[in-house]
Design a protein around this ligand. Structure first.
Ligand code: AMP
Ligand code: MG
Length: 484
């Protein structure tokens, strides 16, 4: 049976996208297929042989298109970006009624490629595969990885690298930058059509409201606030929060120079191109808020009232963002610390702790892991949490406050809450580098092994205990690079 495509985006006006076929590659070879995901979205592995995953053959019912979008990159306006190295094959509706885009990344040039070759290297494809699947296992909204194939071709970057095509699954690929593209062209009809499409597809509850576009902004803002809070609570730094990398559906999208922090510092940045720390760990809520302001500008002309009323109402919605974020962050942090009945002062406890971790650049994940063990075992010495500090005096003072705060709770309930909030395994940068380097030499075992560990991030895995460890001094990764 052919794949049951239902390509709603391809039915939008023609200037929303460009019809384009993938460019075939020399010799496609399947590296990995995500069977669990295929089942979840209701497609059969047999419908995706390597030549389909490489773009050498098109499945029946697909309508390949490259999507148009614009965006602010590092705050600078770019009126046209678009899918320069990605092609949307089509959309499928899963057994749960949810719609998913199936997109090839690295499948050849489109009219949006500018000077790029439309191709992807194996390293970034592996990075995106591992990162997005790890995020999904952590319960954080994200695009997913359906497959990766090698192409048998080289792509030319700083040096020739093995090429790959990555198959991405997303609720949609509509970005803040998609709205900006039409807004910049003062194309009111297009904005109307896009907004209606997004409301039907992602936020049907907005249609019931008096001003649906205002309700849409509010719903997108809530999802962004919750998403960024979840990122920060596991030490994730997206790295390129440009408006074109900000998904309207609220999923983490475009895993380029992203990373999980090891030694904590709020100013931590990994991206080699983020020279001024615009997208540092602690800056992410502010940037999400700024991105939403750009979305609001695009939705403003659709408001039926006077310009003044519209502005006031949109501003009011935007002004709620810091509080929505703070609520999600505070609640999440309470779970990390095992505070079962959150109180208003809890955020101070969290802030004080982060200051301590930052002062001594303590490993973020390992700290919360050991704090959990301490609660479980009732034994501070055995947990090793102390050993993470060069000087533990500040930690002891903080710990006394925290223990006073939690003394009325059952420690078993506390430990359970902490276990569910503090992952043991995250995709550590040095492990990812190791997997990529090996894969470039045709050894895919470390990639497979890493994925295996990361599918159960909250479970004890004594046989994989080495994956918990921070990098040795010689293994530290200081910078990550874009997928390009
Ligand atoms: P990104 O850094 O992935 O968010 O991409 C920013 C823009 O550059 C998007 O429009 C991409 O499609 C485009 N782009 C990135 N890499 C390539 C490439 N190798 N070929 C063509 N376009 C690319
Ligand atoms: Mg992008």
């Amino acid at each position: 049976m052919p794949i049951a495509f239902d390509n709603s985006y391809a039915r939008l006006p023609g200037h929303f996208f460009s019809r384009v076929d993938p460019t075939p590659v020399a010799s496609p070879s399947l590296l990995r297929f995500n069977h669990a995901l295929a089942e979840e979205i209701g497609v059969a592995a047999g419908d995706f042989p390597p030549d389909v995953l490489a773009g050498n053959a098109l499945p029946e019912g697909s309508e390949p298109i490259a999507l148009a979008y614009a965006g602010h990159q590092f705050g600078g306006w770019v009126p046209q970006l678009g899918d320069g190295r990605a092609i949307l094959l089509g959309e499928v509706v899963g057994p749960d009624g949810r719609r998913h885009d199936i997109q090839l990344k690295g499948s050849g040039p489109t009219i949006f490629s500018r000077r790029g070759d439309g191709r992807a290297a194996l390293g970034p494809a592996i990075r995106e595969y591992v990162m997005s699947e790890a995020m999904a296992a952590l319960g954080i909204p994200t695009t997913r990885a359906l497959a990766v194939v090698t192409t048998g071709e080289k792509v030319l970057r700083e040096r020739p690298l093995p090429g790959a095509v990555f198959t991405r699954v997303a609720s949609s690929h509509i970005r803040v930058g998609t709205f900006q593209y039409h807004h910049a062209r003062e194309d009111h009809d297009a904005l109307r059509a896009l907004t209606d499409h997004v409301i039907t597809r992602h936020y049907p509850e907005a249609a019931e409201k008096e001003v649906p576009e205002l309700a849409l902004l509010s719903l997108v803002a809530t999802r962004q606030a919750e998403l960024v809070a979840q990122w920060m609570l596991v030490g994730f730094i997206h790295g390129v929060m440009n408006t074109d990398n900000c998904s309207i559906a609220g999923e983490t999208i475009d895993y380029g120079p992203c990373a999980f922090v090891d030694n904590f510092h709020p100013g931590k940045v990994f991206s080699s191109i983020d020279r001024h720390g615009r997208y540092a760990w602690g800056k992410q809520p502010e940037i999400a808020h700024w991105n939403l302001l750009q979305l609001a500008q695009c939705l403003l002309p659709l408001h039926p009232g006077s310009a003044e009323d519209a502005r006031g109402e949109f501003e009011a919605v935007l002004n709620e963002f810091p509080e929505t974020f703070a609520r999600a962050y505070e609640q999440g942090f309470a779970r990390k610390l095992g505070l079962l009945d959150p109180h208003p002062g809890d955020l101070d406890l969290a802030r004080d702790l982060l200051t301590l971790l930052a002062e001594q650049e303590v490993d973020f994940t390992l700290f919360f892991r050991r704090l959990t063990t301490q609660v479980e075992s009732h034994d501070e010495d055995q947990s090793g949490v102390h050993d993470l500090f060069g000087c533990a005096k500040g930690f002891d003072q903080w710990s006394a406050k925290w223990q006073a705060r939690t003394s009325q709770q059952d420690f078993r309930d506390q430990a359970q809450a902490m276990r569910a909030a503090n992952p043991i395994f995250i995709p550590r940068n040095h492990r990812l580098e190791e997997a990529i380097t090996a894969a470039e030499q045709q050894d895919f075992a470390p990639f497979e092994q890493l994925l295996e560990v990361l599918t159960r991030p909250f479970d004890e895995q004594p046989e994989n205990a080495g994956y918990e460890n921070p990098p040795q001094p010689g293994e530290v990764v200081h910078a990550t690079f874009c997928g390009t």
